[in-house]
Ligand binder design. Structure first.
Ligand code: FDA
Length: 303
């Protein structure tokens, strides 16, 4: 119930205005967001590099309203790849297509993503296209395929809560695509997504095995110890090397587990969000774990 309410509020303009006006909420968002500036994200990435982890930067923002905003976002992403190289940080970049105008003009969005992917390739880096809510799944996959035909430095995300994901994974693997597997963070109807956590987890394990068996380099993105154990056990059983895939986790979540996996010799990439548009991201993180909400409320009431 909490999850649904928070995911509903994540897209509610009134809730956004209310939360953004709260200094406390902004401070608390720092638990999951590196800061408002690219420099904050780069220094978070450098700190992670020092302990052996890599990063992927996410400039927060989704659903722009004008083409000018979409073009600004594209220019910002080109600049991020340049700044990463200048800073000598080991990080790639994650983008959301709605921030690049997917809902406004798909041609503009496609040409921006293609240009960003070329920049990634030129810098020997990598561009990951995040997966948003199901209204965008098909278009995101389509655009990904078109861009990847010309640039291999781009990857995609698959959500194990969607029924369609198994068949999407099959298609993507046929094309040699690099996939980040996650459970899925949006509110989806039972007609298209598994309603129970147990089913989402079972599908996650099934898809994880397909990815590991493929021989391509994929990312297993989860903080769930059961999904992690299933992955490490399967890799050991199939004699798949620890350098043949990577785990990914979100900035600020389960740091203990991040370090443990690193110490055990697994690759660990941390997803670092930054920017002023932190509200929907913050709300999705609260929705994932009710204890986070109580932590926030406790702090707000204390002031
Ligand atoms: P689950 O939600 O079952 O949590 C397992 C355990 O992890 C919890 O018991 C708790 O200990 C810890 N945990 C999880 N979330 C927490 C939180 N917010 N705060 C504190 N502890 C928490 N989704 C999507 O739809 N599209 C995308 O592109 C991406 N991209 C992405 C990248 C990366 C690197 C990660 C790690 C995740 C995503 N996600 C995503 C989000 C993903 O779909 C999912 O919502 C979250 O990872 C939570 O699911 P878990 O697999 O961690 O399991």
């Amino acid at each position: 119930m909490f999850r649904n309410l928070l995911l509903y509020l994540a897209e509610h303009p009134g809730a956004k205005k209310f939360v953004l006006s709260s200094k406390t909420a902004r401070q608390l968002s720092r638990r999951f967001v590196a800061g408002e500036k690219l420099a904050d994200a780069l220094s978070a990435a450098a700190a992670l590099n020092r302990v052996g982890m890599t990063a992927t930067l996410d400039r927060l923002g989704e659903n722009v309203h004008t083409e000018a905003e979409a073009r600004d976002a594209a220019a910002a992403y080109l600049g991020i790849f340049d700044r990463i190289r200048e800073a000598g940080v080991n990080s790639n970049v994650s983008i959301k297509l709605t921030q690049l105008g997917l809902d406004l003009d798909s041609n503009l969005c496609r040409s921006s993503v293609a240009e960003i992917a070329r920049r990634a390739e030129r810098h020997g880096s990598f561009l990951r296209i995040d997966m948003e809510g199901s209204a965008h799944t098909e278009r995101t996959l389509q655009l990904f395929r078109e861009v990847r035909d010309h640039s291999p430095a781009v990857g995609i995300v698959i959500q194990s809560y969607l029924y369609r994901s198994e068949s999407d994974v099959r298609d993507l693997l046929r094309a040699g695509a690099r996939i980040r597997l996650c459970k899925g963070a949006y509110k989806e109807p039972r007609e298209i997504a598994f309603p129970q956590k147990r089913q989402v987890n079972e599908n996650f394990v099934k898809l994880m095995k397909m990815l590991l068996d493929s021989g391509f380099y994929h990312a297993i993105a989860t903080h769930d110890p059961r999904m992690i154990d299933a992955t490490t056990n399967y890799a050991a059983q199939q004699k798949i090397g620890r350098d043949r895939f990577e785990f990914q986790m979100l900035y600020g979540i389960r740091r203990d587990l991040q370090q443990q996996l690193m110490r055990d010799g697994y690759r660990m990439r941390i997803y670092i969000p930054y920017g002023t548009e932190w509200f929907p991201y913050f709300m999705r993180r609260l929705a994932e774990r009710p204890a986070n909400l109580f932590f926030v409320l406790k702090n707000i009431l204390r002031r």
